[in-house]
Design a binder for this molecule. Structure first.
Ligand SMILES: Cc1cc2nc3c(=O)[nH]c(=O)nc-3n(C[C@H](O)[C@H](O)[C@H](O)COP(=O)(O)OP(=O)(O)OC[C@H]3O[C@@H](n4cnc5c(N)ncnc54)[C@H](O)[C@@H]3O)c2cc1C
Length: 295
């Protein structure tokens, strides 16, 4: 019996597990993929190769897209400790205050999702190598740096945008996002700072933390209306893990998948696959928006 089971050790799961572990809680992390031992993960230049190595990815594809003349496109999703933070492009982009403020407005006054609420957390996780001001932290576990070298092509692109009328913005994670900028990246000294590196590995050896890899969670286990554990498979065997609380942090595609396999989702869709409906929730598995898909 655990205090917490964390499903998926990606960007969110590694952070949540790390923070819970610091409180002394007994935490079990179940991650479908493997350990993040490959040099390609930790060496920033390995990024492009990671995308062709199947073992670090769920090889998802979209449905045919009308906006793409009916073509489907690949939808890579990270698999393994660190999840997508172990294979993403490491661009450190905090986002626009008005997006967070819209979440706050949608979630209601009890929630703490506004930009002002979240900024202290952003500052807490960051160790920016250059900037030190109200928007940036300097002592967090995620090291963030500017490009160590600006090659002639980078410089030409930055100048070209300015010639086209876009202002130069020295810090798009500062007061204003708009403009052409040099990218800030969560790497430093030729090493990627994934969420697993920053939050999970530092606590992994603690006696209150267990990290299982190759552990694919299939569904949540219920007692009445309460989730009391998960069913997962590992090395060909089905297992149960019981906990006071289960945190589903398996990513934007796999979290709703687990919910739906557990009977939480749109009734019609669940019945179509013979899944017992536990909680009708028509929005689960719907409304996915990719960040560049908005108009
Ligand atoms: C190629 C690529 C490049 C990107 N570049 C950037 C970038 O430069 N900057 C940026 O900010 N964002 C970038 N992103 C997006 C960013 O990485 C993701 O938004 C973020 O990592 C999502 O975090 P998450 O915790 O929701 O999911 P993930 O980090 O994907 O973690 C989910 C974890 O759950 C595990 N899991 C899934 N299903 C199960 C299951 N059934 N049982 C157990 N475990 C399971 C997965 O293996 C994975 O480890 C990029 C993403 C990709 C794929």
């Amino acid at each position: 019996m655990h205090d917490f089971v964390v499903v998926g050790a990606g960007s969110a799961g590694s952070l949540v597990a790390g923070r819970l572990a610091e409180t002394g809680a007994n935490v079990l992390v179940l991650e479908a993929g493997g350990r993040d031992t490959s040099m390609l993960i930790h060496m920033p230049a390995g990024f492009h190769k990671l995308l062709v190595h199947g073992r670090f990815l769920f090889p998802y594809e979209t449905e045919p897209q009308s906006q793409l003349d009916g073509r489907a496109r690949s939808l890579p999703v990270g698999k393994g400790l660190g999840g997508s933070s172990s294979l993403n492009a490491m661009c450190w982009v905090v986002g626009q205050p008005r997006d967070y403020d819209a979440w706050q407005a949608a979630a209601g006054s009890e929630a703490k999702w506004s930009f002002d609420d979240l900024l202290p957390h952003f500052r807490k996780i960051e160790a920016n190598q250059l900037l030190d001001n109200e928007f940036h932290g300097n002592s967090g576990p995620v090291h963030v740096s500017f490009p160590p070298k600006i090659n002639p092509l980078n410089a030409a692109v930055v100048r070209a945008f300015q010639e086209a009328g876009l202002p130069f913005n020295a810090d798009y994670n500062g007061a204003q996002q708009r403009g052409v900028s040099l990218v800030q990246s969560n790497f430093f000294d030729a090493r990627r700072y994934s969420s697993a590196v920053a939050f999970l590995h530092p606590v992994e050896k603690q006696p209150n933390v267990t990290v299982e890899t190759g552990a694919l969670v299939h569904r949540l286990l219920f007692e009445g209306d309460r989730v009391v554990g998960v069913e997962y498979s590992q090395r060909g065997q089905f297992r149960h893990a019981m906990a006071d609380e289960v945190i589903v942090s398996a990513g934007a595609l796999n979290s709703p998948r687990i919910l739906m396999l557990s009977g939480v989702g749109p009734e019609e869709e669940l019945r179509k696959f013979g899944i017992q409906v536990r909680h009708k929730s028509p929005d689960v598995g719907n409304h996915l928006q990719d960040h560049d898909g908005r108009r």
